[in-house]
Write a protein that binds this ligand. Sequence first.
Ligand code: LCS
Length: 393
Amino acid sequence: MAKKDLRFNSLVVHGAGFKDQYNSANVPIYQTSTFAFEDADYGAKCFSGEVDGYIYTRLGNPTITALEKTVAALEGGYGSIATSSGMAAVTTIYMALLEKGAHIVSTDAVYGPSRGVMEEHFSRFGVESTYVDTSNIENIKNAIKPNTKVLFIETPSNPTMSITDLEKCSTIAKENGLIMVVDNTFSSPYLQNPIKYGADVVFHSMTKFLNGHADIVAGIIVAKEQNIYNKLKTMMINMGCNIDPHQSYLVLRGIKTLAIRIERAQENAMKIAEYLEKHPKIEWVKYPGLKSHPQYELAKKQMRGFGAMISFELKGGYEAGKILMNNVKVALLAVSLGGVETLIQHPASMTHSKMPRESRIKAGITDGLVRYSVGIEDVNDLIEDLEQALSKI
Ligand code: LCS
């Protein structure tokens, strides 16, 4: 059985087929910026593509390749391109797939900087963007213009936990000749494979679930087909936003436990969401596993589990949320998400603070929304921690 044909839980452990001359059991860190050629002819062949040799680490490196092959196999894509951060993946995608005069339709509640970089910077080069609630498919249809080139979906969205129907998006993208891009950071490949539903490009902030240990920043882009892969790879190389071998090694190590980490974290998340929903001091809770979530049925259909992210608002809004955040002792008051440790943060003043208030509110990111990334601790400690902090309000 070829490594890439292994089932998910085996693929995360064994990777997608790394081999060196020592039969290393684990992928080593090839901590080198450059690779010497055996002779001038071989060097020329590497550059022309006649042989598949390593040249220079910005262009490729064995540790990076091992990671890229593994994530491409986990997502079911043709190939993948690892980047220095999730935002490097976002800007590589924008740069490779859009040009002057092009238009992008995107989820309104995307991660703040994915929207900020488009509205503040790409607009300077004549790229237009429209942000809509993509959980309502009609909004997407109404936003498409003759110059629309890309449909950019984040599902579940950060931090509103809205779910967008990937299959319906793919139909719209095909009908209108759009490239469909999905930010799969919140689910990880363990819970959702957008390519299966027709996406052309999937990307991750590997800083989150894929690595899972809050010790590196990295991103990855997976392309369904070779032509888009080539465009993205060339752009990443030219912009120089490659990952480095040491980071790649750490992500490969993190990926080995992706399945069991997510299983535990989402089991905890379900219990915490149910606890919060019943709590008298909580106004509302958004977690895809709760029947009260507006897209509960859709989440069940396109995700294999409900994940580890919860958003909620307290009665008493931001002031009450602040007391909660200042009093939790097990959860860390910190941005980022998807690690083994539980984190709590306030999007309006932290991750989404650069977004104009009007757009933020329109996207459902209320002033009082608190985001909770559930880790793999003992769930009783997390619930007791919330209980004592909520009692201070
Ligand atoms: N996409 C999503 C959904 C994200 O949550 C983030 C980072 C990115 C892309 C960008 O990835 P990075 O460059 O940071 O690796 N989200 C963060 C968050 O919610 N808190 O801190 C970072």
